[in-house]
Design a protein around this ligand. Structure first.
Ligand code: AFP
Length: 342
Protein backbone atom coordinates (compact mmCIF):
# COMPACT_ATOMS: atom_id res chain seq x y z
CA UNK A 1 0.00 0.00 0.00
CA UNK A 2 1.32 3.44 -0.90
CA UNK A 3 -0.21 5.17 2.15
CA UNK A 4 -1.33 4.00 5.58
CA UNK A 5 -5.00 4.43 4.63
CA UNK A 6 -6.50 1.27 3.15
CA UNK A 7 -7.11 1.34 -0.60
CA UNK A 8 -10.43 0.36 -2.19
CA UNK A 9 -11.08 -2.90 -4.02
CA UNK A 10 -11.40 -0.90 -7.23
CA UNK A 11 -7.98 0.71 -6.79
CA UNK A 12 -6.45 -2.66 -5.84
CA UNK A 13 -7.80 -4.23 -9.03
CA UNK A 14 -6.66 -1.33 -11.23
CA UNK A 15 -3.16 -1.49 -9.74
CA UNK A 16 -3.08 -5.29 -10.20
CA UNK A 17 -4.17 -4.81 -13.82
CA UNK A 18 -1.36 -2.27 -14.38
CA UNK A 19 1.31 -4.29 -12.64
CA UNK A 20 0.55 -7.82 -13.86
CA UNK A 21 -0.77 -9.68 -16.86
CA UNK A 22 -3.13 -11.88 -14.84
CA UNK A 23 -6.06 -9.45 -14.84
CA UNK A 24 -7.80 -7.63 -17.68
CA UNK A 25 -10.71 -5.16 -17.81
CA UNK A 26 -13.37 -7.88 -18.07
CA UNK A 27 -12.07 -9.83 -15.08
CA UNK A 28 -11.84 -6.58 -13.12
CA UNK A 29 -15.46 -5.78 -13.98
CA UNK A 30 -16.52 -9.31 -13.00
CA UNK A 31 -14.92 -9.02 -9.55
CA UNK A 32 -16.43 -5.57 -9.03
CA UNK A 33 -19.90 -6.82 -10.03
CA UNK A 34 -19.66 -9.83 -7.70
CA UNK A 35 -18.45 -7.55 -4.88
CA UNK A 36 -21.40 -5.22 -5.49
CA UNK A 37 -23.81 -8.17 -5.39
CA UNK A 38 -22.22 -9.28 -2.09
CA UNK A 39 -22.88 -5.82 -0.66
CA UNK A 40 -26.55 -6.17 -1.63
CA UNK A 41 -26.69 -9.61 0.01
CA UNK A 42 -24.98 -8.19 3.13
CA UNK A 43 -27.73 -5.56 3.39
CA UNK A 44 -30.44 -8.25 3.14
CA UNK A 45 -28.69 -10.48 5.70
CA UNK A 46 -28.28 -7.48 8.03
CA UNK A 47 -31.98 -6.65 7.96
CA UNK A 48 -32.88 -10.17 9.15
CA UNK A 49 -36.44 -10.45 10.38
CA UNK A 50 -37.07 -6.74 9.70
CA UNK A 51 -36.55 -7.43 5.98
CA UNK A 52 -38.81 -10.50 6.03
CA UNK A 53 -35.92 -12.61 4.72
CA UNK A 54 -35.71 -15.31 7.41
CA UNK A 55 -37.23 -18.77 7.16
CA UNK A 56 -37.77 -21.37 4.48
CA UNK A 57 -38.65 -20.47 0.91
CA UNK A 58 -40.87 -23.54 0.55
CA UNK A 59 -38.75 -24.92 -2.32
CA UNK A 60 -35.87 -27.39 -2.69
CA UNK A 61 -32.62 -27.13 -4.63
CA UNK A 62 -30.90 -29.62 -6.93
CA UNK A 63 -29.23 -31.21 -3.88
CA UNK A 64 -32.67 -32.00 -2.42
CA UNK A 65 -32.09 -29.48 0.40
CA UNK A 66 -34.83 -27.14 1.63
CA UNK A 67 -34.07 -23.63 0.38
CA UNK A 68 -34.17 -20.66 2.73
CA UNK A 69 -35.61 -17.36 1.53
CA UNK A 70 -32.11 -15.88 1.63
CA UNK A 71 -30.73 -18.73 -0.56
CA UNK A 72 -33.24 -17.81 -3.23
CA UNK A 73 -32.81 -14.04 -2.85
CA UNK A 74 -28.99 -14.21 -2.92
CA UNK A 75 -29.10 -16.39 -6.02
CA UNK A 76 -31.35 -13.86 -7.76
CA UNK A 77 -29.12 -10.94 -6.72
CA UNK A 78 -26.02 -12.63 -8.19
CA UNK A 79 -27.77 -13.66 -11.42
CA UNK A 80 -29.28 -10.23 -11.99
CA UNK A 81 -26.04 -8.36 -11.22
CA UNK A 82 -24.04 -10.52 -13.62
CA UNK A 83 -26.46 -10.65 -16.55
CA UNK A 84 -25.81 -7.40 -18.39
CA UNK A 85 -22.11 -6.43 -18.00
CA UNK A 86 -20.85 -8.37 -21.03
CA UNK A 87 -18.12 -10.09 -18.97
CA UNK A 88 -19.66 -13.56 -18.65
CA UNK A 89 -20.37 -16.44 -21.00
CA UNK A 90 -22.59 -18.03 -18.31
CA UNK A 91 -23.14 -18.73 -14.60
CA UNK A 92 -23.72 -21.86 -12.56
CA UNK A 93 -25.11 -21.90 -9.05
CA UNK A 94 -25.30 -24.50 -6.31
CA UNK A 95 -28.99 -23.61 -6.12
CA UNK A 96 -29.82 -24.40 -9.79
CA UNK A 97 -29.88 -27.73 -11.62
CA UNK A 98 -28.37 -26.43 -14.86
CA UNK A 99 -26.04 -23.61 -15.89
CA UNK A 100 -27.74 -20.28 -16.36
CA UNK A 101 -27.29 -18.70 -19.82
CA UNK A 102 -26.69 -14.97 -20.30
CA UNK A 103 -29.89 -13.49 -21.79
CA UNK A 104 -29.62 -12.97 -25.58
CA UNK A 105 -30.27 -9.24 -25.28
CA UNK A 106 -26.87 -8.77 -23.60
CA UNK A 107 -23.35 -9.20 -24.98
CA UNK A 108 -21.37 -12.24 -23.83
CA UNK A 109 -17.87 -12.37 -22.39
CA UNK A 110 -15.19 -15.02 -21.89
CA UNK A 111 -15.65 -15.99 -18.26
CA UNK A 112 -17.74 -18.55 -16.40
CA UNK A 113 -18.87 -17.71 -12.88
CA UNK A 114 -19.83 -20.42 -10.37
CA UNK A 115 -21.22 -19.63 -6.95
CA UNK A 116 -22.76 -20.83 -3.73
CA UNK A 117 -24.95 -17.77 -3.17
CA UNK A 118 -25.53 -18.29 0.56
CA UNK A 119 -23.27 -20.79 2.26
CA UNK A 120 -24.18 -21.96 5.77
CA UNK A 121 -27.87 -21.28 5.31
CA UNK A 122 -28.80 -23.38 8.39
CA UNK A 123 -27.26 -20.49 10.36
CA UNK A 124 -29.34 -17.68 8.88
CA UNK A 125 -32.22 -17.86 11.31
CA UNK A 126 -29.95 -18.00 14.38
CA UNK A 127 -27.95 -14.88 13.44
CA UNK A 128 -24.61 -16.63 12.90
CA UNK A 129 -22.20 -15.74 10.06
CA UNK A 130 -23.07 -16.91 6.57
CA UNK A 131 -21.37 -16.15 3.26
CA UNK A 132 -21.11 -16.30 -0.52
CA UNK A 133 -18.44 -18.36 -2.30
CA UNK A 134 -17.46 -17.90 -5.96
CA UNK A 135 -15.10 -19.29 -8.57
CA UNK A 136 -14.15 -17.90 -12.00
CA UNK A 137 -13.11 -20.00 -15.00
CA UNK A 138 -12.39 -19.17 -18.65
CA UNK A 139 -15.03 -20.30 -21.11
CA UNK A 140 -13.40 -22.75 -23.54
CA UNK A 141 -12.54 -21.18 -26.93
CA UNK A 142 -15.32 -21.28 -29.48
CA UNK A 143 -18.05 -22.07 -26.90
CA UNK A 144 -20.85 -19.48 -26.97
CA UNK A 145 -23.49 -21.43 -25.07
CA UNK A 146 -21.63 -23.19 -22.26
CA UNK A 147 -23.11 -26.43 -20.95
CA UNK A 148 -22.31 -28.29 -17.73
CA UNK A 149 -19.28 -30.05 -19.25
CA UNK A 150 -17.67 -26.67 -20.08
CA UNK A 151 -17.79 -25.73 -16.39
CA UNK A 152 -16.28 -29.04 -15.31
CA UNK A 153 -12.67 -27.83 -15.34
CA UNK A 154 -10.12 -28.71 -12.64
CA UNK A 155 -9.57 -26.22 -9.84
CA UNK A 156 -6.10 -25.42 -11.22
CA UNK A 157 -7.90 -23.71 -14.13
CA UNK A 158 -9.55 -21.12 -11.87
CA UNK A 159 -8.53 -17.54 -12.68
CA UNK A 160 -10.07 -16.11 -9.52
CA UNK A 161 -11.96 -17.23 -6.45
CA UNK A 162 -13.32 -15.57 -3.37
CA UNK A 163 -15.83 -15.51 -0.60
CA UNK A 164 -17.76 -12.90 1.32
CA UNK A 165 -18.49 -13.47 4.97
CA UNK A 166 -21.47 -11.68 6.46
CA UNK A 167 -20.41 -11.52 10.10
CA UNK A 168 -19.84 -8.77 12.66
CA UNK A 169 -18.17 -7.05 9.68
CA UNK A 170 -18.63 -7.96 6.04
CA UNK A 171 -15.41 -9.19 4.45
CA UNK A 172 -14.42 -10.13 0.93
CA UNK A 173 -11.50 -12.54 0.59
CA UNK A 174 -10.08 -12.75 -2.91
CA UNK A 175 -7.41 -14.49 -4.92
CA UNK A 176 -6.49 -13.84 -8.54
CA UNK A 177 -3.76 -16.49 -8.32
CA UNK A 178 -1.20 -14.10 -6.79
CA UNK A 179 -1.80 -14.27 -3.07
CA UNK A 180 -4.94 -14.06 -0.95
CA UNK A 181 -6.19 -10.64 0.09
CA UNK A 182 -8.85 -9.49 2.57
CA UNK A 183 -11.14 -6.49 2.07
CA UNK A 184 -13.45 -5.11 4.78
CA UNK A 185 -16.70 -3.39 3.84
CA UNK A 186 -16.69 0.22 4.97
CA UNK A 187 -20.42 0.58 5.51
CA UNK A 188 -20.30 4.42 5.46
CA UNK A 189 -18.39 4.56 2.16
CA UNK A 190 -20.12 1.48 0.71
CA UNK A 191 -16.69 0.23 -0.50
CA UNK A 192 -14.61 -2.85 0.22
CA UNK A 193 -11.21 -1.64 1.54
CA UNK A 194 -8.00 -3.69 1.47
CA UNK A 195 -7.26 -4.59 5.09
CA UNK A 196 -4.85 -7.55 4.69
CA UNK A 197 -2.63 -8.11 1.69
CA UNK A 198 -1.00 -11.50 1.12
CA UNK A 199 -2.53 -13.32 4.03
CA UNK A 200 -0.48 -16.35 5.17
CA UNK A 201 -1.99 -19.24 7.13
CA UNK A 202 0.29 -20.39 9.98
CA UNK A 203 1.81 -23.71 8.87
CA UNK A 204 1.14 -25.38 12.22
CA UNK A 205 -1.91 -25.40 14.41
CA UNK A 206 -3.58 -26.73 17.54
CA UNK A 207 -7.14 -26.26 16.30
CA UNK A 208 -9.43 -28.45 14.22
CA UNK A 209 -12.94 -28.02 12.82
CA UNK A 210 -15.18 -31.01 12.17
CA UNK A 211 -18.76 -32.11 12.79
CA UNK A 212 -18.00 -34.65 15.55
CA UNK A 213 -21.56 -36.00 15.47
CA UNK A 214 -20.55 -37.93 12.34
CA UNK A 215 -17.64 -39.66 14.09
CA UNK A 216 -19.16 -43.14 14.20
CA UNK A 217 -19.63 -43.04 10.40
CA UNK A 218 -16.02 -42.13 9.53
CA UNK A 219 -13.58 -44.54 7.93
CA UNK A 220 -10.63 -45.96 9.86
CA UNK A 221 -7.84 -43.44 9.01
CA UNK A 222 -10.11 -40.51 9.86
CA UNK A 223 -11.04 -42.15 13.19
CA UNK A 224 -7.36 -42.67 13.94
CA UNK A 225 -6.34 -39.14 12.94
CA UNK A 226 -9.00 -37.39 15.07
CA UNK A 227 -8.44 -39.91 17.89
CA UNK A 228 -4.77 -38.84 17.95
CA UNK A 229 -5.76 -35.14 18.04
CA UNK A 230 -8.10 -35.83 20.97
CA UNK A 231 -5.36 -37.75 22.80
CA UNK A 232 -3.59 -34.37 23.17
CA UNK A 233 -0.16 -33.96 24.80
CA UNK A 234 -0.10 -37.57 25.97
CA UNK A 235 -0.85 -38.92 22.48
CA UNK A 236 1.32 -39.37 19.36
CA UNK A 237 0.81 -35.76 18.22
CA UNK A 238 2.31 -34.46 21.46
CA UNK A 239 0.09 -31.38 21.88
CA UNK A 240 -3.38 -30.42 23.07
CA UNK A 241 -5.86 -29.45 20.36
CA UNK A 242 -8.92 -27.22 20.57
CA UNK A 243 -12.06 -27.68 18.44
CA UNK A 244 -14.36 -25.14 16.73
CA UNK A 245 -17.30 -25.79 14.36
CA UNK A 246 -19.53 -22.98 13.09
CA UNK A 247 -21.20 -25.08 10.34
CA UNK A 248 -20.79 -22.22 7.86
CA UNK A 249 -17.79 -23.14 5.73
CA UNK A 250 -17.00 -19.48 5.07
CA UNK A 251 -16.79 -18.72 8.80
CA UNK A 252 -14.76 -21.84 9.63
CA UNK A 253 -12.37 -21.24 6.72
CA UNK A 254 -12.03 -17.57 7.58
CA UNK A 255 -11.02 -18.40 11.14
CA UNK A 256 -8.45 -20.85 9.79
CA UNK A 257 -7.09 -18.30 7.30
CA UNK A 258 -6.74 -15.82 10.12
CA UNK A 259 -5.17 -17.91 12.88
CA UNK A 260 -4.52 -21.38 11.45
CA UNK A 261 -6.37 -24.65 11.86
CA UNK A 262 -7.65 -27.60 9.86
CA UNK A 263 -11.16 -27.91 8.40
CA UNK A 264 -12.39 -31.47 7.86
CA UNK A 265 -15.47 -32.68 6.02
CA UNK A 266 -14.58 -36.30 5.25
CA UNK A 267 -16.50 -39.01 3.44
CA UNK A 268 -18.69 -40.96 5.86
CA UNK A 269 -20.89 -44.04 5.88
CA UNK A 270 -24.05 -42.16 6.81
CA UNK A 271 -24.88 -41.92 3.14
CA UNK A 272 -22.22 -44.12 1.50
CA UNK A 273 -23.45 -43.23 -2.01
CA UNK A 274 -22.36 -39.62 -1.47
CA UNK A 275 -18.61 -39.06 -1.88
CA UNK A 276 -18.72 -36.20 0.63
CA UNK A 277 -20.99 -33.36 1.72
CA UNK A 278 -19.34 -30.33 0.15
CA UNK A 279 -19.60 -29.42 -3.51
CA UNK A 280 -16.42 -29.47 -5.57
CA UNK A 281 -17.24 -26.65 -7.99
CA UNK A 282 -18.94 -24.24 -5.56
CA UNK A 283 -17.15 -24.84 -2.26
CA UNK A 284 -14.08 -27.11 -2.38
CA UNK A 285 -12.32 -25.68 -5.46
CA UNK A 286 -12.66 -21.97 -4.66
CA UNK A 287 -11.73 -22.52 -0.99
CA UNK A 288 -8.78 -24.75 -1.97
CA UNK A 289 -7.49 -22.03 -4.34
CA UNK A 290 -7.81 -19.33 -1.65
CA UNK A 291 -6.15 -21.53 1.00
CA UNK A 292 -3.24 -22.62 -1.25
CA UNK A 293 -2.64 -18.99 -2.24
CA UNK A 294 -2.33 -18.25 1.48
CA UNK A 295 0.33 -20.97 1.88
CA UNK A 296 -2.06 -23.67 3.12
CA UNK A 297 -3.03 -27.06 1.72
CA UNK A 298 -6.30 -28.60 0.50
CA UNK A 299 -6.83 -32.32 -0.14
CA UNK A 300 -9.57 -34.92 -0.17
CA UNK A 301 -7.53 -36.76 2.47
CA UNK A 302 -5.74 -38.44 -0.41
CA UNK A 303 -5.46 -36.16 -3.45
CA UNK A 304 -4.94 -32.44 -4.01
CA UNK A 305 -8.42 -30.94 -4.51
CA UNK A 306 -7.31 -28.53 -7.25
CA UNK A 307 -6.12 -31.42 -9.44
CA UNK A 308 -9.39 -33.39 -9.38
CA UNK A 309 -11.01 -33.81 -12.80
CA UNK A 310 -14.67 -32.90 -12.20
CA UNK A 311 -17.23 -35.35 -13.53
CA UNK A 312 -20.42 -33.40 -12.74
CA UNK A 313 -21.37 -29.82 -11.95
CA UNK A 314 -22.86 -30.72 -8.55
CA UNK A 315 -20.23 -33.31 -7.60
CA UNK A 316 -19.40 -33.69 -3.89
CA UNK A 317 -15.96 -34.38 -2.43
CA UNK A 318 -14.32 -34.90 0.97
CA UNK A 319 -12.48 -31.74 2.11
CA UNK A 320 -9.40 -31.38 4.32
CA UNK A 321 -7.94 -27.87 4.23
CA UNK A 322 -5.99 -25.33 6.22
CA UNK A 323 -2.57 -25.18 7.89
CA UNK A 324 0.03 -26.88 5.71
CA UNK A 325 1.64 -29.25 8.22
CA UNK A 326 -1.68 -30.35 9.72
CA UNK A 327 -3.31 -31.10 6.35
CA UNK A 328 -0.16 -32.99 5.36
CA UNK A 329 -0.44 -35.03 8.58
CA UNK A 330 -4.15 -35.85 8.03
CA UNK A 331 -3.44 -36.81 4.42
CA UNK A 332 -0.57 -39.04 5.56
CA UNK A 333 -2.93 -41.03 7.85
CA UNK A 334 -5.14 -41.79 4.83
CA UNK A 335 -2.32 -42.58 2.40
CA UNK A 336 -0.55 -44.86 4.89
CA UNK A 337 -3.81 -46.66 5.58
CA UNK A 338 -4.37 -47.16 1.82
CA UNK A 339 -0.77 -48.30 1.29
CA UNK A 340 -1.04 -50.84 4.15
CA UNK A 341 -4.23 -52.28 2.64
CA UNK A 342 -2.88 -52.37 -0.92
P1 AFP B 1 -25.86 -25.24 4.14
O1 AFP B 1 -25.46 -24.04 3.32
O2 AFP B 1 -26.79 -26.12 3.40
O3 AFP B 1 -26.32 -24.88 5.49
O4 AFP B 1 -24.56 -26.15 4.32
C1 AFP B 1 -23.42 -25.58 4.84
C2 AFP B 1 -22.28 -26.47 4.55
O5 AFP B 1 -22.27 -26.86 3.22
C3 AFP B 1 -20.95 -25.82 4.92
O6 AFP B 1 -20.99 -24.43 4.84
C4 AFP B 1 -20.67 -26.30 6.32
O7 AFP B 1 -19.31 -26.43 6.60
C5 AFP B 1 -21.36 -27.66 6.36
O8 AFP B 1 -22.38 -27.63 5.35
C6 AFP B 1 -21.98 -27.92 7.69
O9 AFP B 1 -22.37 -29.24 7.75
P2 AFP B 1 -23.09 -29.91 9.03
O10 AFP B 1 -24.53 -29.57 8.89
O11 AFP B 1 -22.79 -31.35 8.91
O12 AFP B 1 -22.49 -29.29 10.25
Amino acid sequence: MSSSRPISLMRFLIEEQRAHQHINADLRLLIEVVARACKTIAIAVGKGDLGGVLGEAGSGNVQGEAQQKLDVLSNEILLEANAWGGHLAGCASEEMDDPHPIPDVYPKGNYLLLFDPLDGSSNIDVNISVGTIFSVLRCPDGVTEPRAEHYCQPGTAQVAAGYAVYGPSTLLVLTLGHGTHVFTLDRELGSFMLTRRDLQIPAQTREFAVNMSNQRHWEEPMQRYVGDLLAGKEGPRGKDYNMRWVASMVADVHRILTRGGIFLYPWDRKDPGKPGKLRLMYEANPMAFIVEQAGGRATTGRERILELAPTALHQRVPVFLGSRDEVDAATRYHREHDAAGA
